[in-house]
Design a protein around this ligand. Structure first.
Ligand code: SF4
Length: 402
């Protein structure tokens, strides 16, 4: 297992000077400037490659005995050139080993991935369909049930030599249907893991790595909170692991209550991000996940329970289709009035989301648009349905001035 984004791998230091950790073991990735793809030639930004250097990767590949197959994952679709390059390096080293590309890029852009990478298989199905792939690769039948797998299998952290923090999922998917999101499309069913099992997993890996930070990266951790997150919080409190807990993925403000806030405080949560996104009409038309009053209520409950403005942040999205600049400014003002911080998210349309189809049918997006043009830092330079690049910068400046 080679993770090119593990900043805490001790072997990295043989190739680059490690960048120091910032708060909670976070920090910058090693990066270097690369030539822009032609499509981005007119975008006045630098283009960089992030993650471990090539020499590190090649030396790691040399350490591996010839495997039966290589599995490469991918995340944000607009980073596909990095994925394609990574696959090229693997193919140079192990040309006759079957290579499977999975992850978000493969899932959302299977045809693009087929055309633009040297992967032998693009796994674009649901996880429940993995049996077919295993059969064609290894001529073996496996009975794969996503729910059972999620309940009993731990993330394989033991494959790492060192990590800076531990990230867990206690659930898969989300029962909400926000128009800009594909979580419900990626996971057809919302699944939660037994809190006792989650606790055992956390305990196991804390013993193995002794890290100080534990992150929950669920899309919807507060759904069914009385039977899921609250029992987990009580377990964490009773165990006294003496670590910081973090919720960086935006929790549902409407589901925050006083008991939950008190439990999170007692457990030692240091990062709580609330999904707010915007004010105005878009709150309703994008799915009604959160309204101003939900955000205000949640902010007051959390502040009353002792969380500081550094610990509680609201995500505000900029550049949503048809969003008004006033919606963004008002959202920032509401957060400031409530004594919580703001974290800006730059919108990008995702294939398969409801927004995507609306943009296509209104002629505001072309289905053939290359994902690199949908990079959230690139899109304000050409996206007609959003806020232009200068205004985006102006909003960022307002936040920095605080
Ligand atoms: S944005 Fe959040 S609440 Fe909305 S569908 Fe996606 S994961 Fe669920």
């Amino acid at each position: 297992m080679i993770d090119l984004l593990n900043r805490h791998d001790p072997q990295l230091a043989n190739f680059v000077k490690p960048k120091p950790d910032r708060k909670f073991a976070t920090g910058k990735f090693h990066n270097f400037q690369v030539e822009k793809p032609d499509l981005l030639k007119n975008i006045p930004r630098k283009y960089k490659c992030y993650g471990a250097p090539v020499e590190y990767f090649l030396s790691k590949l040399k350490e591996v005995d010839k495997p039966k197959a290589v599995f490469v994952t991918s995340s944000l679709t607009y980073w596909w050139p990095g994925v394609a390059q990574t696959i090229s390096y693997i193919k140079q080293t192990m040309p006759d080993v079957p290579l499977v590309l999975g992850g978000l890029y493969a899932r959302l852009y299977p045809e693009h991935a087929k055309k633009n990478t040297k992967a032998d298989y693009i796994f674009s199905g649901e996880l429940s369909e993995i049996g077919g792939l295993v059969r064609s690769l290894f001529d073996r039948d496996i009975d794969f049930d996503v729910e059972k797998w999620f309940e009993i299998l731990d993330p394989a952290y033991e494959l790492y030599e060192r990590v800076g923090y531990l990230v867990f999922l206690t659930s898969l998917g989300c029962p909400y249907r926000c128009t800009y999101c594909v979580s419900p499309k990626l996971w057809k069913r919302f699944i939660q893991r037994d809190p006792q099992m989650v606790l055992e997993t956390i305990e196991k890996y804390l013993h193995l790595f002794g890290v100080k930070d534990v992150v929950f990266f669920d899309d919807a951790i507060l759904i069914n909170k009385e039977n899921h997150f609250k029992p987990l919080l009580r377990f964490l409190i009773s165990k006294k692991f003496n670590v910081n807990y973090h919720l960086p993925n935006g929790i549902h403000a409407r589901l925050v209550d006083e008991e939950l806030a008190v439990l999170m405080k007692e457990a030692g949560f240091k990062t709580i991000k609330l999904g707010y996104e915007t004010t105005g009409k878009l709150q309703e038309s994008t799915g009604g996940k959160v309204y101003d009053q939900d955000l205000i209520r949640a902010a007051r409950i959390l502040t009353k329970s002792g969380f500081t403005d550094q610990e509680v942040q609201a995500y505000i999205m900029i550049n949503m289709p048809f969003q008004q600049i006033e919606d963004v400014l008002k959202a920032i003002e509401i957060c400031r009035n409530e004594g919580i911080s703001v974290s800006i998210n730059e919108y990008t349309p995702i294939p398969g989301s409801q927004d995507w189809y609306v943009l296509l049918s209104n002629g505001l997006l072309d289905e053939q648009t290359d994902p690199v043009l949908l990079n959230n830092t690139v899109i304000p330079y050409w996206f007609k349905a959003g806020i232009d690049a200068k205004t985006v910068q102006m909003i960022k400046n307002i936040l920095h001035k605080r």
